[in-house]
Ligand binder design. Structure first.
Ligand code: ATP
Length: 374
């Protein structure tokens, strides 16, 4: 593939162009191209023309990669930029897998990630939206964040992050798909949007296990797991696969939602999972014309659930239009409209999530050792 653009500019400094292209972060692998050894050639011609050849792990090249390389070369003074991409040979792919493994290797004695399994009793209470925004807010604060979409049938992470592509496979490991600073894995990356996912029991468990152990997560500070609603097989599998996960319950203020959420909380505590807290979502809305707050879904459900479970109400996220619009656009509201009431509360909740739990001290989770093998 080759893409040309024209631009007039000052005299080109080849070293500056090379440095700028090397610094471009591969959108799929999350590392600079120079570090990946992926920049094969930067050739300078007459009139500021520059040809950049980049080797990619697959034929399926992310359009953002080409755009970012071109923008970087132009930003460094190149006048007319052609970007050519070529798929790597199997040998180069194997070398790349080794390079990534070395970069992602956990430091001995380094801290284990905090793991939060985000659950709700009923569907549609905003669990996935809350998870996506907490993950994005944590990543924006400088933490290395992973998100597993364990809602294998009703996955919504690809839509919420505005990304839909197959994960790159290097060696025996899948690379997480990256968007808005978060490393993601979802069934939605493997199937067409309209295809029904009909996994049950052992297949479901196996898929979730692969998301934990066969993905090259690299070192993470936080891992969030978006559970399906209710007390089904997937929730049990996640609690079994990630025994260090703390349960974060999402409910609306409504009694019906709280009562069902109570069952999930009970199931988690019976299986030994500690509670990270409760987030009440859709907690009232402010009328844009009259300024009055109305409690569309009632009030008090989050506080009551937290009291009943002996945990903390971490926050009350209002129902607002910017959050819904951002979700539809594929950009979490904490980035899309950080000043919106919902975004402010979600950012605050992310900053107050319980920092570290007793059971994690000195323990390494399996996902910290999932560097790619060749
Ligand atoms: N605070 C909010 N304000 C406005 N809209 C919201 C809010 N929270 C969620 N929504 C909207 O509600 C709908 C359901 O949200 P979401 O998909 O996150 O729920 P869920 O609990 O994960 O559902 P399920 O478990 O069934 O997948 C989405 O359209 C989302 O944009």
């Amino acid at each position: 593939m080759s893409v040309l653009t024209r631009r007039r500019g000052p005299a080109v400094d080849p070293a500056a162009v090379r440095a700028a292209v090397d610094a471009v972060v591969d959108p799929e692998l999350g590392r600079p191209l120079g570090e990946l050894g992926a920049v094969d050639e930067v050739t300078h011609g007459r009139g500021g023309r520059v040809l950049v050849r980049v080797a990619t792990p697959t034929h399926d090249v992310a359009p953002e990669l080409v755009a970012a390389v071109r923008a970087a070369a132009e930003g460094a003074g190149a006048g007319r930029v052609a970007v050519e991409t070529t798929p790597m040979t199997p040998r180069r792919r194997a070398e790349l897998a080794e390079r990534l493994a070395a970069a992602a290797a956990p430091r001995p004695g380094g801290p284990a990630p905090r793991v939060y399994a985000v659950a709700s009793g009923k569907g549609g209470v905003g669990k996935s939206t809350v998870t996506a925004n907490l993950a994005t807010a944590l990543a924006a604060s400088g933490q290395r964040v992973g998100l597993i979409d364990a809602d294998v049938w009703g996955y919504s992470v690809p839509q919420l992050f505005g990304v839909r592509r197959h994960p790159v496979v290097l060696g025996e490991k899948m690379q997480p798909v990256r968007a808005h600073g978060v490393a993601l894995m979802s069934t939605g990356f493997f199937v067409d949007e309209d295809d029904p996912v009909i996994w049950r029991g052992p297949m479901l468990h196996k898929a979730l296990q692969q998301f934990v152990t066969d993905v090259a997560w690299g070192p993470l500070d936080v891992l969030l797991v978006d559970l399906p609603p209710g007390t089904g097989d997937a929730t049990l599998s996640v609690l079994e696969l990630l025994p260090d996960a703390a349960l974060l319950a999402v409910t609306t203020p409504q009694t019906a939602a709280r009562v069902v959420a109570r069952r999930v909380v009970r199931m988690a505590t019976e299986s030994g999972a500690p509670l990270a807290g409760v987030v009440e979502n859709m907690a009232g809305t402010v009328c844009v014309s009259c300024g009055e707050t109305s409690a569309v879904f009632g009030s008090g459900g989050g506080e009551l659930l937290a009291d009943e479970a002996g945990t903390t109400l971490l926050g009350r996220v209002p129902l607002d239009v910017p959050l819904r619009e951002a979700g539809d656009r594929g950009v979490p509201v904490v980035l899309d409209a950080p000043g919106a009431p919902s975004a402010r509360e979600l950012t605050r909740v992310a900053a107050t999530l319980p920092a570290r739990r007793r059971s994690l001290v000195g323990r390494a989770l399996p996902l910290t050792v999932c560097a790619p093998r060749t």
